[in-house]
Write a protein that binds this ligand. Structure first.
Ligand code: GLU
Ligand code: MG
Length: 462
């Protein structure tokens, strides 16, 4: 079905790409970056000269399928279906997201979908999976508005150690004064690239910042997450700085989250407001939230996919280490954000705090949509909300309230995914197998490795 679409659209896409390439060449753009995120969460690229864009749109650009089982140290594992030196697939740029990169003069950028040489969607194409889940939800009358918050710790370039790029206090005005030109250049670049920034602020950890963007459709939000990080990195490079998006920059400290915001609408009405349930939840929003809550341990294998994720995901760090929900509660994995009086209808949403930026954002959105649909299908109900820090409760109180600690290791999260039919069915055997193989190999690679060495090994890869 996809294959037909690709073949029938291909000539038209090539013509559009030819026009776009002409405009890019006139604007001094020489090359196009074609990124995708691998299963381990590393963004990999190919590039083509601008003159080859039309050919890439028509035929795609070749790449080995083995990257689906690459690890963070560039070694390679294998799953039942994926691995080895054989085969080739086609990276096809999405022309709707073709963007001139403001902080990399002479370059443009377009995320890719991956197809077989026959033109069929590749079963481990995680962007394709996200789109397929968006389409499945749309067939049930549901649309999603989503965004990923980006946190990063800004270090000095030229060293693999983390040397903080500023010294001011958490949320402090001093940090922005120290890095005023960097932050200005970042906002200017994102603006030039059409990314709608909502906020930029100094965060809690050493030299940590956070940037949030406007919510949009899931594939668009995942693309934004890539583009924002590409831009943060490129601007930093021009200033002699180096961002770490890793879940844990320094073991034992507050890490970088990749909190996901999502709301679901039916016939354009936000299901997270105006309902009869707690805090105005409709029954469907309650079921959606409960669907995510139920599958959170398995979702962690997707949203917290790194061994370093579990250095970050500890109680009392605002990372959401407990499977529970609460209204504006920053220690609950699920934080219900209702918005100010008067703007609930547009603003109410669910923040999933336990995820980080090692996640493949496309895979994550696809899996979250699967969890939402599963919760709605079963008409699940939420337990009572939590207030305060669950870490302050005794084991007995936690059990009484049905609050579970989320998996504390990547092995445990992978085990939960392995035993989760709703996610496995949505992802299919080939994608599930690749994800599990990569998770288990990453866990194995770091077995017995001290926490600080885990953080150091993964500090700069995401
Ligand atoms: N840095 C925290 C984390 O690891 C999040 C802080 C916040 O709530 O924004 O997720
Ligand atoms: Mg934050």
């Amino acid at each position: 079905m996809f294959g037909d679409r690709m073949r029938s659209d291909a000539d038209e896409l090539a013509a559009r790409a030819e026009d776009a390439a002409g405009r890019l060449r006139d604007a001094g753009v020489h090359g196009i970056v074609l990124p995708y995120v691998d299963t381990a969460g590393v963004t990999r690229i190919k590039t083509v000269p601008t003159a080859r864009l039309a050919r890439a749109a028509r035929w795609g650009v070749g790449m080995s399928p083995v990257f689906d089982v690459f690890l963070t140290d560039d070694s390679i594992t294998a799953s039942e279906h994926v691995g080895g030196p054989d085969g080739d697939l086609r990276l096809v740029p999405d022309l709707d997201r073709l963007t001139t990169l403001a902080a990399q003069p002479g370059w443009a950028w377009a995320p890719v979908d991956r197809y077989s040489q026959a033109g069929d969607p590749w079963p481990t194409c995680q962007r394709g999976f996200a789109r397929a889940m968006v389409e499945r939800a749309a067939a049930a009358g549901l649309t999603f508005k989503t965004a990923i918050e980006v946190e990063w710790a800004l270090g000095r370039a030229g060293t693999d150690e983390f040397v903080p790029a500023c010294t001011g206090p958490a949320y402090g005005a001093t940090r922005l004064i120290e890095l005023s030109d960097y932050a200005r250049d970042l906002l200017a670049a994102l603006d030039a690239q059409g990314v709608e920034v909502e906020q930029l602020h100094p965060e809690y950890a050493d030299a940590q910042f956070e940037l949030s963007v406007a919510a949009r459709d899931p594939v668009g939000a995942a693309d934004d997450s890539l583009l924002v990080r590409q831009t943060i990195r490129a601007v930093a490079h021009r200033h002699g700085l180096r961002p770490s998006f890793a879940p844990s920059v320094l073991a034992g400290r507050v890490g970088n989250g990749g909190h996901v915001h999502l709301s679901v609408a039916r016939e354009r009405r936000n299901l997270f407001s105006g309902g009869p349930g707690p805090y105005g939840l409709t029954d469907e929003a309650q079921a959606a939230t409960a669907g995510i809550l139920e599958l959170l341990p398995a979702l962690l294998a997707i949203g917290a996919p790194s061994v370093a994720s579990y250095l970050r995901l500890v109680p009392s760090h605002w990372a959401g280490a407990y499977a529970c929900w609460g209204h504006e509660t920053r220690e609950a994995a699920l934080r219900l954000v209702t918005g100010d009086a008067g703007e609930q209808e547009s603003a109410a949403n669910l923040e999933v705090k336990c995820f980080d930026l090692a996640a493949n954002p496309y895979l994550l959105f696809g899996a979250l949509i699967a969890a939402v649909l599963d919760g709605m299908r079963q008409g699940l109900r939420l337990p009572p909300p939590v207030t305060g820090d669950p870490a302050a409760l005794s084991p007995g109180e936690l059990a009484e309230r049905g609050i579970r600690r989320l998996p504390t290791t990547l092995d445990d999260a992978a085990q939960a995914l392995s035993g989760c039919p709703p996610l496995r069915d949505a992802m299919g055997d080939v994608l599930t197998g690749a994800v599990l193989a990569v998770r288990r190999a990453e866990a194995q690679r770091f077995r017995e490795v001290p926490d600080e060495d885990v953080a150091a090994a993964l500090r700069w890869v995401y």
